[in-house]
Design a protein around this ligand. Structure first.
Ligand code: GDP
Length: 530
């Protein structure tokens, strides 16, 4: 299909590609489902299995898909509200998989940082927030579980300002807290909403508009406290500015009780009205690729074995520019090879649907994309390559060996595929040889996943030997030669698949000692975020 630049720009402008980052248990699944409910992508939350516990429902993508017929994937979830198409890209909750979240943050246009009102910013959220700040991703802050005892709202505002270094701009402000939480005030419209105290979270909440002048009479002391707090914030210059949000000078702040669907409508409305749109992506030569040019896409995730019966490998691609149409021939920038897209899909889970067309900001799944790895670029006509994906430096290391020596071929192939997929990092040390590669992970759970996938998908069970290393730096061939003979107690020199040298250290002290001893050797951080 030919699309004019005006059509492409129009479609891009109505897209919002967003990720939620949160510490496990802050309510990400609950909020996701509440967003779907508000967008009327599902009629009622928590009833998909006929269970009262809605907790299980969102994660069970395929069940929602089947019963509601909406486009839900384990990787990106698309829904439309008031003419805006929201692409919510899923992020794993567990800290051990934060590398996956890092990849997702390379393809979204804004991020929602979800906090538990009682806990504020937690370690994992801080690390990912830091990535958003470095990558200049606009951040929306949502304080959830306001129906439970938590911190004081002004204390949270202080925390947000200190931690994000952005100006908090409250879009909603709570009236009452914990069990007295009964309304939200919107400083922009100067209106409040009163919510009925029902425990059910399956439906949109009943809300009654309350004019500012009636806050006292309707909410009593909580109403006047809310107005006092808002006045205080406004005097301090915390008013909302759309430009400051997009320029990362300010972060809009929302209060919610996601399990009662309170505060979710306002968040969705904000995303639709003010959310960041897809913009030009900077290529490897530092040139912008405007959205209205011909097709380009960025691979951010590979998932194998989603369909066990077919043993397939799906590449998730964010459309960066132009229009994608199923069947078009695209090129793989890393090899220059043409790539057929006959099997592009939109819906994953146990059931999939064929995707016919996608615009900038959308996520497509390419089936059996064996040649693709996270960080690769695809383009239609005009060649382009985007910079590689950022990494977190691995912190955990184990030597892997095939349990059954006769399965060595499967062992190598399996590890190579898992490496390309980004499930684990693989290093070869001369001392250990190729038979016993060193695996590097950001979190130890990655090892468990690799071990079970090696056994199940590749019929090559593995054993691990723990390595007492905690740090990993990139280095040069000089360092390789100079340090190869050192004892393991000091360091371990290895190479990556691309031939680059890495040096592992058991502690920062060992690293510093070697630097003092051999000041001419160069070491550089393996963590990067572009
Ligand atoms: P995730 O791990 O971040 O995906 O968190 P979940 O969405 O699974 O929520 C964790 C727990 O917190 C569940 O038991 C939810 O029902 C509960 N929860 C989520 N949002 C709220 C909320 O706003 N208020 C209260 N009281 N509980 C909530």
């Amino acid at each position: 299909m030919y699309a004019t630049p005006t059509e492409i720009t129009h479609e891009a402008d109505r897209r919002r590609t967003v990720a939620i980052i949160a510490h496990p248990d802050a309510g990400k699944s609950t909020l996701t489902e509440a967003l779907l409910l508000h967008a009327q992508a599902i009629e009622s939350a928590g009833v998909v299995h006929g269970k009262s516990g809605r907790h299980h429902t969102v994660s069970d993508w395929s069940a929602i898909e089947q019963e509601r017929g909406i486009s839900v994937t384990s990787s990106a979830l698309q829904f439309e509200i008031d003419g805006t198409v929201v692409n919510l890209v899923d992020t794993p909750g567990h800290a051990d998989f934060s590398e996956d979240t890092l990849r997702v943050l390379a393809v979204v246009d804004s991020a929602i940082v979800l906090l538990d009102a009682a806990k504020g910013f937690e370690a994992q959220t801080l690390q990912l927030l830091d990535v958003c700040l470095k990558r200049s991703i606009p951040v929306i802050t949502v304080i959830n579980k306001w129906d439970r005892p938590g911190k004081h709202p002004l204390e949270l505002i202080d925390d947000i300002e200190r931690v994000t270094t952005m100006r908090p701009m409250p879009i909603t402000w709570p009236i009452g807290d914990a069990e007295r939480f009964s309304g939200l005030y919107e400083p922009l419209s100067k209106k409040a909403y009163r919510y009925e105290q029902s425990s059910a979270g399956a439906h949109r909440p009943e809300q009654t508009p309350v004019p500012e002048a009636d806050l006292d009479s309707v909410f009593g002391a909580d109403g006047s406290t809310c107005l006092d707090e808002i006045q205080l914030l406004q005097l301090d210059g915390y008013a909302f500015s759309p430009a400051d949000f997009l320029a990362r000078a300010g972060t809009p702040v929302f209060f919610s009780a996601a399990h009662r669907n309170i505060g979710v409508g306002q968040l969705l409305d904000f995303i639709s009205r003010h959310g960041a749109r897809p913009g030009a992506r900077i290529d490897i030569s530092d040139n912008p690729r405007p959205v209205k040019t011909d097709f380009s896409g960025y691979v951010f995730k590979i998932q194998s074995g989603m369909n066990r019966a077919h043993r397939d490998r799906i590449a998730f691609v964010r459309v960066c520019s132009g229009v994608f149409e199923r069947g078009m021939v695209v090129h793989h920038a890393q090899t220059g090879r043409p790539f057929t897209t006959k099997y592009s899909q939109q819906i994953f889970g146990s059931r999939r649907s064929t995707l016919e067309i996608a615009w900038p900001g959308d996520v497509i799944g390419l089936v059996n994309a064996t040649a693709l790895s996270p960080g690769d670029t695809l383009y239609g006509e005009t060649p382009v390559a985007f910079p590689p994906l950022p990494h977190f430096a691995p912190k955990h290391f184990r030597v892997a060996r095939a349990t059954d020596g006769a399965k060595y071929k499967q062992f190598r192939r399996g590890l190579e595929l898992l490496r390309q997929e980004g499930a684990i990092q693989v290093f070869i040390a001369e001392r250990l040889g190729e038979q016993s590669p060193i695996l590097g992970a950001v979190g130890p759970l990655q090892f468990e996943i690799v071990s079970s996938r090696m056994a199940e998908e590749f019929s090559a069970p593995i054993d691990y030997e723990e390595l007492p290393m905690t740090l990993c730096y990139g280095s040069t061939t000089e360092a390789h030669e100079a340090l190869a003979k050192r004892s393991q107690a000091e360091c371990e020199v290895a190479t990556r698949a691309d031939g680059s040298v890495v040096v592992l250290f058991s502690s920062i002290w060992k690293y510093q000692a070697i630097k003092r001893d051999r000041p001419e050797l160069e070491f550089f951080s393996l963590s990067g975020s572009n």
